[in-house]
Design a protein around this ligand. Structure first.
Ligand SMILES: [Zn+2]
Length: 418
């Protein structure tokens, strides 16, 4: 089974009666949150929930009918590409950000699918996301960082958030929402918890769930980012991550578990009659085409993070959307000189050089020198990204260099000694 199929297959923790197996958005938020909370128990839930409850004054002013201000969040998208087709274009990324805003502002056309009985609960969250105009040093930017990485698949272990592990370092998360787009091996995405370590703060999203992918797998309309942005703003899954669990939001009905596929009609669980599960909520796992609302309660919870002292309030002081102070033209984004090992000269006479700059993980490995009969002649240690060795003593003929590293990549290069 290939990667893309596996990531979106149902792995059911909750038994949902009467449903066939559908592809399912595999959100890694809960699993990640549990791990982070083990490491730092004071991190999240209590602090966040208490804060939200104390900030009644900051809730939507429903009495006077005044609209709360629109919150604008500067965004930087880090595109970690390995294959050239993963180097997403500006327009592709911009369309995904538009979709995010349409959903948060309740301007998406599919809000007409919100059932009548839930419409009074549906909210325009008045939260918007915009690609940054100034980088952390106030230089001009488009809010997009594209970076080649030798890493082909990533786990939910935050390595993509650090240059040192061949990812891309976060921009100051007090001032920017960092979104890392990369090839996630197991899940469609995950978000950090509000209040977590600044270097880890942000959303990680699988290349195959970001934007209008055209993959026709149920998660190809850009709503995974909407879901993860909900987590980033303090929302839990609508089923509370356990049977009839609580998401700490007043106006979302309890429901037995997550939803798969794209159901229709009323589905009652956990005594939530007459209207049943709110499976069209962005914080369920329903297909992209079938999610279309945040509730007012969810909006209030998210917006409470921006009140004075709130875990996201620093974003309101960000200069990320202000014009840059330095309009120097950023360096063009260049692919690495090559994406593969380079051997030269070939044919060789005395010394041969093998350049492994494209992937520092070769350092420390050993390369086998093999002749055309398959006989191992010597072992060459890789002490740095450029390996040079003498072939003077070799009889003229064809030779091979062979090695392998942890991620399964093998090296096999043929050269000729003259
Ligand atoms: Zn989730």
């Amino acid at each position: 089974m290939n990667q893309s199929v596996r990531k979106y297959l149902l792995v059911s923790l909750f038994s949902v009666a009467g449903l066939n197996i559908h592809a399912q958005r595999s959100c890694g938020f809960q699993e990640y949150a549990v791990e982070r909370l083990k490491k730092n128990p004071s991190l999240y839930h209590e602090r966040l929930i208490n804060f939200a409850e104390q900030n009644e004054t900051l809730r939507t002013d429903s009495v006077s009918g005044a609209e709360p201000p629109v919150i604008q969040i500067p965004v930087v998208v880090h595109v970690l590409y390995h294959f050239p087709y993963e180097k997403l274009s500006d327009s592709y990324i911009m369309r995904q950000i538009e979709i995010l805003n349409e959903c948060f502002r309740r301007k998406n056309a599919d809000t007409v699918n919100t059932p009548q009985y839930f419409r009074p609960l549906a909210a325009d969250c008045r939260i918007e996301f915009h690609l940054a105009k100034s980088d952390p040093r106030r230089r001009s930017t488009q809010g997009i960082v594209r970076k080649y990485t030798p890493v082909k698949y990533w786990n939910n272990d935050d390595k993509m958030k650090f240059s040192a592990s061949m990812g891309s370092d976060a921009w100051d998360s007090k001032s920017y929402l960092n979104i890392w787009v990369c090839n996630l091996e197991r899940t469609a995405g995950y978000s950090s918890l509000p209040g977590d370590h600044p270097a880890l703060d942000g959303i990680v999203i699988d290349m195959e769930a970001f934007g209008l992918t055209g993959l026709n797998n149920g998660y190809d309309l850009g709503k995974t980012l909407v879901h993860e942005a909900g987590h980033w703003l303090g929302l839990k899954h609508i089923w509370g991550d356990r049977y009839c669990g609580d998401d700490d939001v007043q106006d979302t009905p309890k429901q037995s578990g997550y939803t798969v596929g794209c159901p229709t009609g009323i589905r009652v669980s956990c005594g939530n009659a007459p209207y049943g599960d709110m499976y069209m909520n962005y914080m369920d796992l329903t297909h992209d085409a079938c999610v279309n609302l945040f509730t007012k309660g969810q909006m209030e919870k998210m917006r409470s993070l921006f009140t004075p002292g709130g875990l996201r309030s620093s974003l309101l002081q960000s200069k990320g959307l202000e014009p840059p102070l330095y309009s120097e033209i950023p360096l063009p984004e260049e692919d690495p000189k090559w994406l593969y090992p380079q051997l030269f000269p070939n044919p060789a006479y005395d010394v041969i050089h093998l350049d492994l700059t494209y992937d520092s993980r070769w350092t420390g490995k050993t390369i086998q020198l093999i002749n055309s009969n398959g006989r191992l002649l010597s072992l060459i240690p890789v002490r740095s990204s450029l390996v040079s060795f003498s072939v003077k003593h070799l009889p003229a003929g064809v030779y091979f260099l062979r090695s392998r590293k942890e991620d399964g990549e093998t090296l096999q290069i043929r050269f000729v000694k003259q």
